[in-house]
Design a protein around this ligand. Sequence first.
Ligand SMILES: [Zn+2]
Length: 425
Amino acid sequence: MHEARTAPLIAAIANDHDMACRACGAPVRETLVDLGMSPLCESYVAAEDVDRMEPFYPLHVFVCERCFLAQLREYVSAEAIFGEYAYFSSYSDSWLRHAEEFTAMTTARFGLGPKSRVVELASNDGYLLQYFVRAGIPVLGVEPAANVARVAEERGVRTLVAFFGPDTARQLRSEGWSADLMVGNNVLAQVPDLNGFVAGIKIGLADHGVATLEFPHIVRMIEENQFDTIYHEHFSYFSLSTVASLFDRHGLTVFDVEELATHGGSLRVYARHAEDTTQPIGPRVGELLEREERLGVGTLGYYRTFAERVKETKRKLLEFLIDAKRRGKRVVGYGAPGKGNTLLNYCGIRTDFVDFTVDRNPYKQGRFLPGTHIPIYPPERLEEARPDYVLILPWNLKDEIVKQLAGIRAWGGQFVVPIPTLQVL
Ligand SMILES: [Zn+2]
């Protein structure tokens, strides 16, 4: 007698323990992409620690079937990630230009002056608020990483070392710091308690205040294969529709949106109190919501082709590197951004393919990339090494870097950009 074979002999092992959606609370089970195990992408390894054990965490992104927020579990607490942070915004020329333009634009559009209050959430090293200070507008930064906040204070940007949420917002309010402009650039994605953060904006905003938030647009990530913008620090990946409904639940209305080129394609949303009708809702909001709907961001099908494209990118990059090494070519990296660490760890690229990388940030120089242990040198090292290929890790700054490093052409050097598809320039 044979038993009926109705079930597989061995059940599949699944990583499907329950997670509630960070935005709407629905159970989250659908995988967007699984990048395996990776170290924290900003935990650059000092020379004396290079032989020590290094923690790796899952980099597995899910998507909520109800509100379509793509999200990581909080594998590592925000306190552990942001307590001592190596990301200093001021080391990118184009990012500083972006900040200066933002200051001029918002000052004019919202009539900011010496009586206004500008509060920035996750103000980093003061890269943005310094321009408001120069314009004579009172500022306050809120920044959880004490080492980064110290740098801001040194350049005259008053900074409160704290995570932002309802408590911090109430504290600011009671100290007369209700914000006429509240800025959060590239922080929304990094907030584990999304609802607490948005509730804080509601509390901290003056009656006619405006909050602007910039975050990478998930539509660009998916359409342009930017999977390396996934890292443990980025808990959430947003569409406009996800953000608009999240804000709506907290009594805030998105009244304008801009599409920006930064970080591979970001959105800047403008929000105000739902009850403040002095800022009418502009046409760009409806237009983008409609476009997202046409693309299908409100259906699971939209998210289901991404994982295979990610795997193909890995195969293409490895194919190129294997071929280059077989031809005896020398490959080095440029930059040591967080996204580079996701890419290199996911693809398993170490000094077997890339001899070293260079970065302008002195904090990173002399250290090693997390996980892959590729050494980081100052940019001058490129000149000495005369590599055949320079792998550009911060591909979002590709044009700036190709211009800056035009000198490598003198010895026949070429640039390699891995994303969205491998390109040799
Ligand atoms: Zn949800």
